[in-house]
Design a protein around this ligand. Structure first.
Ligand SMILES: [Zn+2]
Ligand SMILES: [Zn+2]
Length: 135
């Protein structure tokens, strides 16, 4: 299915809205403990794109450093996890579940499977990596 850009998303309460202007370079599900805890979920789906491809159009976010070089943002009102960004990187990750239509971007891989919760089964149709997909 061809996806027409921009595509749109936002937080749970509707205060923060964003748009994505081009096809992400990768889409995956992360099982790492940081993602799990920050989202309060057993795994988190992310779309990875150029920073310029993401623009916030309404509301405002707050940020939090989950490690020395990683900044994550969330809605300042409802706390929905929205982005992940590593300092100095041209790419930003956006949570798949905050897309208005999460069917538009399909994950192809699962990362940090070494930290996966045992009752959260891997999807056999995806590629699997013990850590990040670049290592
Ligand atoms: Zn919100
Ligand atoms: Zn993660």
């Amino acid at each position: 299915m061809a996806v027409e850009f921009p595509i749109f998303g936002g937080c749970f309460c509707g205060y923060v809205k964003y748009q994505i202007s081009e096809m992400p370079s990768s889409v995956g599900i992360c099982h790492c403990e940081s993602c799990r805890r920050i989202a309060g979920a057993e795994s988190v789906g992310w779309a990875v794109m150029n920073k310029d491809a993401l623009s916030f159009t309404e509301g405002s976010t707050r940020d939090f450093r989950s490690s020395e070089s990683v900044e994550r943002t969330f809605c300042e009102r409802c706390g929905t996890t929205l982005t992940y960004h590593r300092d100095g990187r041209e790419l930003i990750d956006v949570t798949l579940a905050t897309l208005d239509n999460p069917e538009l971007l399909q994950p192809t891989k699962e990362t940090w499977c070494g930290e996966r919760v045992s009752w959260n089964q891997l999807n056999d149709n995806l590629d699997h990596f013990e850590g990040s997909s670049s290592s």
